[in-house]
Design a protein around this ligand. Structure first.
Ligand code: HEC
Ligand code: HEC
Length: 432
């Protein structure tokens, strides 16, 4: 018995070993596959829709991918591009902490913070479409356009370092964006820099796409990829013209892919905006001394009249103003035009999130996503909310904005409009 049992036991052991070896192989196999940034297919398809033609793989798509790899590296091995003022924006030590797979290196410094904390919502490229995103409202921010909502700078300027840090530390109350207040200072720094890295990369990609979309590639496209119009155009060319067109195209591509042109013409202007964002911070004048009740009353009048706030936020402030049915944020309007929805299915197939209507906020709830300090609310009203259709209140003076701030923070949530009408005395049952 014993003798016959031994090999059987050994046999099982061996089989177990095989399974283990296979598992190890699988795990190693997976992790040795380097992570890749996927291209912004949605922006590409948008170009294709407006061109009425396909982009060419060899002459347009591949060169963009190559430039991005050479300029920014990969999700595991980030590169700090060599462009003016970049040191104001990011450094390789912090990027390395945020990039790559989650873990730590020999000296114990953390690695892969972005994949540990952010990727499931914001996605590996920062397109805001990680696996959790579809379940959230609002959707996680898409960093690729470089637009942010909760910032101190005027519309069109990137946020400051402190703005992003504030968002990370406080989270965005009332949304799925959590607070990372418990992370050590240098980890927050690494993550802030990584957000900038992904934004710069995304913005460069968009600039490149604009340039490359301008090239007429009909002469080099495989015939089956040509649109009817392109086909007719190519057929109309003499062999000499055809040759000339090809040469012109090659020359144009050579110029566009020249690293110096890429860095100086397409990337430097974007970096400059981020490096000097501080210069675009909207100054907040000191709050004028005023009786609170009076300021609230003045703010209330401005809210409903001169300020035009009720047109979106509604007569009772619950966000039901008469704004159009078709109200979407800028990130959604990238791929969804409610007036011409016929292309939506194509974008969804490329991974776009189903459009969600943007609602003007219910201000009765007293929830301020961008921070509830008076200065935060001042910035919101003075500058509007970028990407989210709320306009800057240019028609209001500084003093008037302060009144509206008082009304929105301290008056509106308690405004009688929200209270049930008082009962007439005779309707109240007298108990005794
Ligand atoms: C559970 C999902 C989730 C996780 C995890 C998450 N976020 Fe967010 N994040 C969101 C959502 C949702 C928003 C959009 C909030 C809004 O539109 O007001 C957002 C917005 C942002 C914004 C934009 C703020 C602005 O001013 O527009 C930044 C920056 C950001 N997140 C960074 C991060 C970073 C960095 C991490 C990881 C450390 C992270 N987020 C983790 C869901 C998430
Ligand atoms: C064209 C429509 C529109 C107008 C006009 C408008 N808003 Fe808004 N407002 C919005 C939308 C949409 C949001 C929600 C944005 C988001 O959370 O993405 C919002 C959000 C807000 C918030 C919340 C900010 C936060 O931190 O969460 C405040 C406060 C606010 N609006 C005040 C005002 C005031 C005061 C005015 C008038 C001076 C005004 N709004 C005019 C559309 C509008």
């Amino acid at each position: 018995m014993r003798i016959s049992q031994a090999p059987e036991f050994g046999g099982r052991h061996w089989a177990g070993g095989l399974v283990l070896a296979a598992l190890v192989g699988l795990i190693v196999g997976c992790s040795s596959e380097p992570a890749q940034f996927e291209l912004n297919r949605i922006a590409m398809h948008k170009s294709e829709v407006s061109l009425g033609a396909n982009l060419d793989q060899t002459y347009q798509i591949d060169p963009i991918a190559k430039i991005l790899d050479e300029t920014f590296g990969t999700p595991d091995n980030p590169i700090v591009p060599e462009v003016a003022d970049i040191e104001e924006v990011m450094d390789i030590e912090h990027l390395k902490m945020a990039a790559g797979p989650y873990g730590s290196d020999e000296d114990g410094s953390p690695r892969g913070l972005y994949r540990q904390h952010c990727v499931h919502c914001h996605g590996i490229t920062g397109n805001g479409a990680g696996p959790t995103a579809a379940f959230l409202n609002p959707y996680p921010r898409n960093f690729l356009t470089g637009k942010f909502k909760w910032k101190s700078t005027r519309t069109g300027s990137p946020p400051t370092h402190d703005d992003l840090k504030r968002v990370l530390v406080n989270g965005v109350p009332g949304t799925a964006m959590p607070s990372f207040a418990l992370l050590p200072e240098d980890e927050v720094e690494a993550l802030v820099q990584y957000v900038k890295y992904l934004s710069l990369r995304g913005e460069l990609e968009r600039n490149l796409l604009l340039e490359f979309s301008d090239l007429d590639t009909s002469v080099v496209k495989p015939a089956e990829k040509r649109s009817q119009e392109e086909e007719e155009y190519v057929a109309s060319l003499s062999p000499e013209d055809l040759q000339e067109e090809k040469e012109d195209l090659d020359a144009a591509i050579e110029e566009l892919t020249d690293p110096e042109v890429v860095l100086e013409e397409f990337l430097a202007p974007i970096v400059e905006g981020w490096a000097f964002a501080e210069e675009n911070v909207t100054e907040v004048p000191e709050k004028p001394e005023a009786e609170l009740a009076e300021s609230i009353a003045a703010g209330r009048d401005l809210f409903f009249n001169k300020g035009g706030c009720a047109t979106c936020h509604g007569q009772s402030g619950i966000g039901d103003g008469q704004t159009a049915e078709m109200f979407y944020d800028d990130w959604t309007e990238e791929y969804y035009d409610p007036k011409a929805p016929e292309h939506l299915e194509e974008f969804l197939a490329l991974g776009a999130l189903p459009p969600r209507k943007l609602d003007p906020r219910n201000l009765r709830l007293g929830n301020f996503r961008g921070g509830r300090r008076p200065v935060d609310v001042y910035w919101r009203i003075r500058n509007g909310i970028e990407g989210a259709k709320m306009p800057a209140a240019q028609q209001l003076s500084e003093e008037e904005i302060w009144h509206v701030v008082d009304y929105v923070r301290k008056g509106l949530p308690y405004d009688t409009l929200s209270q049930p009408p008082e009962h007439e005395q005779e309707n109240v049952r007298v108990r005794n």
